[in-house]
Ligand binder design. Structure first.
Ligand code: ADP
Ligand code: MG
Length: 616
């Protein structure tokens, strides 16, 4: 998993802290704090209250559940496609769609974790990289992040290989020392293989120098080859979703050690470094006391110490040549080429998971996807497969047709959860999250019902449950009841409004402010002309550009779509039609958010603007 991921998690946590205090409408007055007093018991009461939560963390979005009820179809489909990676083949690209909170990220992460651990288990080279495109939202950043990730992985692999080669060198040294030792002892000649076999002691210690060999042989029991053709085990997603159908044909580490020396062919010596088969040392497995120990270099591509040393040197040169991509400043071509080389350094299948891919396309177009999807035709050693995850069902309309068809080779839809499914999800989590008896019976069904109305959003359901718990805790209640859920619903809704209003462009804020001023002054059935007049005055006051009335009408429609105002078209008979506008969010809180914008807070006395309404 990438850093991106943890960035995202942190961002979400910060968001939560904010929402906990309703975006600044905190009632605690800090002037009450007396500096010199060590404590006035601010927390004592809260601490002594019966805690509602056993483990609140499991209700947070950053928590990745081990079980994902009602997603086994989607998870199994992903596994069925991705198992190709474990066979050394290139999986089809996958496009995952679904509204927010339908479990896309959680499922994709679950599958990628399984894929990576299975690939390790069978020593199949396969890497999964996750990128959240909401955070990493330009082609440069996506490529730079991937390049640096793969450089890191390559370095780690090189280090491992060097370690293996160094222990091979040690084994050779030991072997040769023992050999020399044996040569000076004449009695070995006649009874080379008897009980006192001097080679016995010359055998490299199995634990260190033969380590690769023993690892390999211990795996042979669950060799992918042996499970080939067995029915797939994707029925239970939490348990070996991918294992069952594995069959790694390529790169099989369980190559049998060859007899004698002929295997050290020239063909072997120019294999890719990733292909180095050190399992020759494992040939001691089948050894009985009357077979001479094999030379440690048997079944390796090396025929001398010098060969190994050269290899180590060249690996070290490779490592030194990797150049990390800075977070800005390079031409994109160069970033791409470093990324390309880093991916192609090794033989492997790479799965790149681009979450919130619609955000990337919206912000920076489809170049990144175009470049990634054409890579396979140029890669020599590795293969890339892309999993795109989108909240927006229509985002492919904006893609180049080639990108669209390549990316959408396989499509998986995550439908909204219904109230019953949300109930299951909440019940699973609440077992861990709450103290026994903390939940009254109707709490989970109500959370599920509210969230089902919100397009079946599991995130909303979990937020509701957590917030209801927090509200209960704050009011020192012993159980969470229906009323807490309703309060939580209002609070979350208000938090959403605060967030939407806070991030509006200045012009929309001015339009909204005009509407608020009219409402505050008791104006009913506000029309566009009235809003426009006040808006104009506000603009002049803060030196903002004044948009046309037509544009202001558009901005009002946008506010309507965001659910902040309600604009209904009413017919005025022969005077045509007009819009009647009213605020659909709490007035005071919304005004407070608007005034927290430094430009708007400069308007100190607003009354004259409202008066002006009657003059126009
Ligand atoms: P998306 O990526 O589709 O927006 P997420 O995967 O982030 O949705 O899910 C939102 C929240 O709901 C997360 O906290 C996730 O753990 C939880 N969640 C979603 N689906 C399930 C499920 N089937 N079982 C348990 N938790 C789920
Ligand atoms: Mg997501």
């Amino acid at each position: 998993m990438s850093d991106d991921d943890s960035e995202r998690t942190r961002a979400e946590e910060v968001e939560q802290v904010d929402t906990d205090e309703t975006g600044g409408f905190s009632s605690f007055d800090s002037s009450e704090l007396a500096d010199e007093e060590p404590s006035q018991g601010l927390f004592d009461d809260l601490l002594s209250g019966e805690p509602i939560f056993e483990n609140k963390e499991v209700l947070r979005p950053s928590y990745t559940p081990h079980e994902l009820p009602h997603r086994s179809d989607q998870i199994n489909k992903m596994a069925t496609i991705l198992v190709a990676a474990l066979r050394g083949e290139t999986p089809s690209n996958i496009l995952i769609y679904g509204k927010t909170g339908t479990g896309k990220t959680a499922s994709a992460k679950f599958v990628s974790k399984e894929l990576e651990s299975t690939s390790q288990k069978y020593s199949v080279p396969c890497d999964v990289e996750y990128i959240n495109c909401e955070v990493t939202d330009t082609q440069y950043r996506v490529l730079a992040q991937l390049a640096n990730k793969f450089i890191e992985k390559n370095e780690a692999r090189i280090d491992d290989r060097i370690d293996e080669l160094e222990s091979l060198l040690e084994a050779v040294d030991e072997y040769e020392a023992a050999d020399a030792d044996a040569a000076v002892r004449p009695e070995t000649e006649g009874d080379l293989f008897d009980e006192d076999d001097p080679f016995e002691s010359a055998l490299p210690n199995e634990d260190e120098s033969v380590s690769t060999g023993t690892e390999t042989s211990s795996q042979s029991g669950d060799s992918p080859l042996e499970t080939e053709g067995s029915s797939n085990g994707v029925d239970d997603p939490s348990n070996g979703a991918i294992d069952g159908s594995t069959s790694a044909g390529q790169n099989n580490p369980n190559r049998l050690p060859a007899d004698g020396d002929e295997h050290r062919s020239d063909a072997d010596s120019d294999r890719e470094p990733s292909d180095i088969d050190l399992s020759g040392a494992g040939s001691s497995d089948g050894r009985s006391d009357d077979v001479p120990p094999n030379h440690p270099l048997d079944s390796t591509p090396f025929d001398s110490r010098a060969g190994i040393e050269d290899e180590i040197e060249s690996l070290e040169e490779d490592k030194a040549s990797f150049e990390e991509v800075p977070m800005t400043g390079w031409p994109t071509d160069r970033v791409y080429s470093v990324f390309f080389d880093a991916v192609d350094y090794d033989e492997r299948v790479v799965v790149i998971m681009l979450d919130e891919i619609d955000k990337l396309v919206e912000k920076s177009g489809d170049d990144t996807l175009y470049n990634l999807s054409r890579m396979n035709s140029e890669l020599e050693n590795s293969r890339v497969s892309i999993i795109g995850i989108s909240n927006d069902l229509k985002f492919t309309d904006f893609l180049d047709p080639r990108v669209k068809s390549s990316l959408g080779e396989e499509e998986i839809v995550f439908p909204p959860y219904d109230a019953n499914q949300l109930r299951d999800i909440l019940e699973h989590r609440s077992e861990v999250a709450f103290k026994g008896g903390a939940l009254s019976e109707d709490v989970i069904p109500l959370c599920a019902a509210f969230a089902a109305q919100e397009h079946g959003d599991a995130r909303r359901a979990l937020d509701l449950l957590r917030t209801a718990g927090e509200l209960a805790e704050r009011s020192q209640a012993e159980t969470i009841v229906e009323e807490h859920v309703r309060e939580a619903q209002d609070k979350i809704e208000l938090d959403r409004v605060v967030e939407v209003v806070r991030t509006l462009p200045t012009q929309s804020k001015l339009v909204l402010f005009a509407i608020i001023l009219l409402e505050k002054n008791g104006v009913h059935s506000i029309n566009t002309g009235e809003v426009f007049n006040i808006y104009k005055r506000l603009c002049e006051e803060i030196d903002a550009d004044v948009l046309t009335q037509r544009r202001v009408t558009d901005l009002i429609s946008e506010l309507d779509m965001l659910g902040i105002v309600n604009a209904v078209v009413v017919s005025k008979g022969r005077y045509g039609r007009t819009k009647e506008i009213s605020l659909s969010v709490p007035l005071e809180e919304t005004e407070a958010v608007l005034l927290s914008d430094s430009r708007l807070s400069d308007i100190d006395d607003v009354q004259p603007f409202v008066q002006a309404r009657f003059e126009n």
